[in-house]
Write a protein of this length. Sequence first.
Lengths: 206, 310, 425
Amino acid sequence: MSGTGAPQAQRDDPGSGTAVGSEASRVAMDAEQIARACARIAHQILEANRGAEGLVLLGIPTRGVPLAHRLATVMDQVEGVRVPVGALDVTMYRDDLRRQPTRAVGHTDLPVEVEDSTVVLVDDVLYSGRTVRAALDALGDLGRPRAVRLAVLVDRGHRELPIRADHIGSYIPTRSGEHVSVRLAELDGIDQVSIEPASGPALVGP
Amino acid sequence: MRHLLSAADLDQNQITEILDLAEEMALVQGRPVKKLPALRGRTVVNLFFEDSTRTRSSFEIAGKWLSADVINISAKGSSVSKGESLRDTVLTVAAMGVDALVIRHPASGAPWQASRWIDAHVLNAGDGTHEHPTQALLDAFTIRRHFRRTVPDQLNFHGKTVAIVGDITHSRVARSNVLLLNTLGAQVIVVAPPTLLPSGIDSWPVLVCTDLDQVIPHADIIMMLRVQRERMSGGYFPTPREYTIGYGLTRPRLQAMKPGAAICHPGPMNRGLEISADAADAANSLILDQVAAGVSVRMSVLYELLGGAE
Amino acid sequence: MSDLLIRGADLVSRGRSDLLIRNRHFAEPSEADGNADLLDADGLIALPGLVDLHTHLREPGREDAETVESGTLAAARGGFTAVLAMANTDPVTDTAEAAEHIAALGARDGRAQVVPVGAVSKGLNGVELAELGLMARSNAAVRMFSDDGHCVWDARLMRRALEYVRAFDGVIAQHAQDPQLAGTAACCHEGEISGKLGLTGWPAAAEAGIVARDVQIAELTRSRLHICHVSCAETVDVIRWAKQRGINVTAEVAPHHLALTTSEVLSYDPTYKVNPPLRPHEHVEVLREALADGTIDAVATDHAPHARHDKEHAFAEAAFGMLGLETALAVVIETMINSGLLSWPELVKRMSIMPAQIARLSDQGRPLTPGEPANVILIDPAARAVQNRDNSASLSRNNPWHGRELPDPVVATIWAGRVTYQKER
């Protein structure tokens, strides 16, 4: 099972794709693998929380939001529980605002009070950890959750902050210059995670 | 965006972005911690050469909720009367290390002149009778929300008619609104007695009418401008009574409004002069919404100016 | 003082010739002896020294902006050998003593002939006549009177002033601005731009209306009337009509009104704030034609120096006025000679002969012939330069031409036989 653990080259687990070091674009997860990952994460969340009590799923825009909705759908279908779903935009809390032209801000939608809730942050890719740090700061200004958990579809390594995910769809080792592209049907018409080769200066990732 | 001096500085996309962001900013008002860290470490100076508690505190709150350091300087009477030139005043303030200067001045053009003398971002908070772009933005924000009550995804103001009524000649709110509303695709009609229509109005992108009753049934938004009683001493109109009867939003005119139409006023109102109490408090009055919109819209503008790389 | 021999100047109507200056007058060139100083004028045109009917020298009162010395240095650089110094100094030039004081400053510090203009009303208050007669009798010999800066709005006062100066061949120069139509806040031609920019308008009617009234009064009183800084087409029409009727009216136009339009104000740069204001292009065209056909008799600079701190205010609060002495001839060459509207002899008439006549200056505007006073300038009509406001003899820097390329004609200026300016070549 994928999850936490030290990165190893060419790990043989779902979603690791072909050998690291290839220069071509490679598909790391197809639609079926993504669906299974979502189902697995949804179960893990409920298991860790011993049910749906106090849970709220907050997706980090852009693709964290449809992922959060998918998790909620699985929880509803399988467990018959309606977990509140929303979105938490973290643009204003980024630590690199001053390095780029003014960034557009996404939509924040809190279905319930954060106070005393168990907030599960949902994002597509976990990379440097800075987005999650920003999300924690944003949450802090909204209230005091009982607990905060992190669920990501892909953990691609290269953490720059002491941040780790509680639930990971797939661990995919990458080089820092490479770009991990997550496409979701709700926004991109197709479900796919692919890795594209380095094409320019490495951007600070999520 | 380096400066916001004129409503004409913004195209439709920029306006939409600012208004969308203002919607997000409006949520901050309801939170326990009314703070976003985006402008932390930035210094904003409100340099007001003209009294204005409302606009100034609106900018002050907007800056503070974005975690900026906000300083208020009342420069009233500090230029001509004390012999200090506008340039010296502006340079002195800027020399203290300021990221943005929010300027309100009784003389048209002062923010443009200031922007040529300093490196900081300049935001026009009202210059003479010329422009007041953030007012036009908050008016557009309020009007857009009103339109979205019936058409939830209303993007712009195509097909809508906005009437601006009152002392157009001396109104910076009118000038900025004419520009912004046109950018958003609205048809603008200005209504005033001939003495309160500025020279060259025929070259503005507006219809001009001196008969308010002709315009009322067609307007989706009626924006009443404050008329100053002092204008009487300039002989612009003979008596307040005659002004009200000819150009005031009286009760009969309120009732003649199109279904779904709404009323705006930038404030402060002269109840009984340009706007009747009935109209000011009517169900379709957006006046309080306009006031509430001020902080969110100004937060949005400050973020657009200061929230990214220099 | 030794003789000065100017070699090979183009005398326009008389072809190329030498000019000999001896004892402040021209002498027969053939009388030159070997000891004369030489000035090579090959390729240069010689013109009579220019006369400015309308200059603000600011002394006494605002010596930080300009003095008689710096102002006349600027005048010399511009090719002027005489300037009429307007009365709105501090104190106002409304007494014989004040007029003589300015004349004395001119004699001591001036690089050109300085002739004080007397105020029409005491303290420019527009109410009571100033001591016009005493000023005329003083050794300043004041002949031109003006409340410039302010309009003589009271029709009765205007009538009295016009009548009164007839006794000594004086002329009243009116700054035409109806205060009820264009008050002190009026700062931009009333039209599209003033409406858009939120600046108080200054309608043409405020000028033409006063001129229409004043030419009637001039006719009634059979007196000499002069109109300062004509700025709009409407005023030109009135003056043309008045002249046709034989009314004794003359008029001047400023160089900036021949070249700059109200569009300059779009930047809110107070350098372009002037009274009367810059007008739209249609007016500029009419003014040029009027100067060409003589409806407007003279070019006068309205040189208005201002300290930087008086200009660096918001537009509506800044002082009115532009520098003009150093650039006047350049602008007239550019707009009138180079466009073919004026010939060189006509330019001489507008910038030297007529101004001297209007001001009754017997030594100025004279032909460059033996026996006449030696007031002459040498110019290179083809030279051009980019204007730099810091390169100026004036103490002030409100130069509207900064950064623009203009002719740079003046090579030498000679006033009463002495070289007051010579360009380094």
